[in-house]
Design a protein around this ligand. Sequence first.
Ligand code: NAP
Length: 300
Amino acid sequence: MLKPLANERLLGTSELSVGPISYGHWRLSEGNAAEAAAKTRAALDAGMTMIDTASVYGYPDFGKAEELLGDVIKADPGIRNEMVLATKAGIYPPTPYDCRPDTIVQTCEDSLRRLNTDVIDLFYIHRPDMLTPHADVAEGLMRLVEAGKVREIAVSNYTPSMFSALQSMLPRPLVANQVEFSPVRQDPVWDGTLDQCQEYSATLIAWSPLGGGALMTQDASEASQTGRIAAALDAVADRNGVDRGAAALAFTMVSHPGIVPIIGTQRVERIAEANRALEVEMSREEYYAIVTAWRGVGLP
Ligand code: NAP
């Protein structure tokens, strides 16, 4: 039987130890400061020690999600040491992307101020900027590392060739590639992203593991790709006595033992509930049924 690993793991080749599931702050600005504190507390209590935010989260109120987390840290400074704090730079709607060194460095400094902290544990390039050469992106990242403003560096939404090109210009490892990965978005298994993470000992971090919520409201009897996937997940969920979301999270985690999904619920009670995924046992047949449902044709 396939079963998610419930233990803490190191991110890539770094010494940053994180829980098996991460908590994301993309939707955090839907709520107020007290709610932000309650959700962050619930995530840490549930062992979701990596808190994932970004400078752009909260847009059109750019920086709002970081400000809310900064308020949480200000009110309870000790909480900072309980988390691996991850944030990102490079998206500035409506431009939309800018990863020139000065921009990246300035954004990180702004993030540090908003977050009420003096170092970012994991700093990402949020999306590739076609107009900035990889050598310049590398320069910006290294300026931040050398200034002690970030501990580890990573990318998000990079294709495998973008990742290896940027890595070739860096004197230290990119410890993660954060990409969309879920039962409804299985591309990273097939496009070389997961292979490359293994080759480079980087962690694949899976955003929107519930398809951004679409999977949870999908009618499993519908004759569509998402309908087929929902039905395949429900078979696993029913047998394990969990909900479809736990089965979906388990799918991402058993795809490779190092994968860390980031959940995004804004309901406090659903945060701890996501840990039910760690109890799920899935047969190879059930796993491949979810793959086949996504493909729409059987495996040869
Ligand atoms: P998700 O966990 O796939 O989706 C969360 C959504 O699912 C919420 O709207 C939530 O609604 C809904 N949901 C959860 N359980 C449900 C249930 N039982 N029934 C109905 N709806 C349910 O993740 P996400 O929020 O899209 O993304 C997670 C994190 O990934 C973000 O916070 C961010 O940190 C990261 N991310 C990164 C990128 C990137 O480019 N790097 C892009 C997107 C996201 P409720 O709040 O009502 O529970």
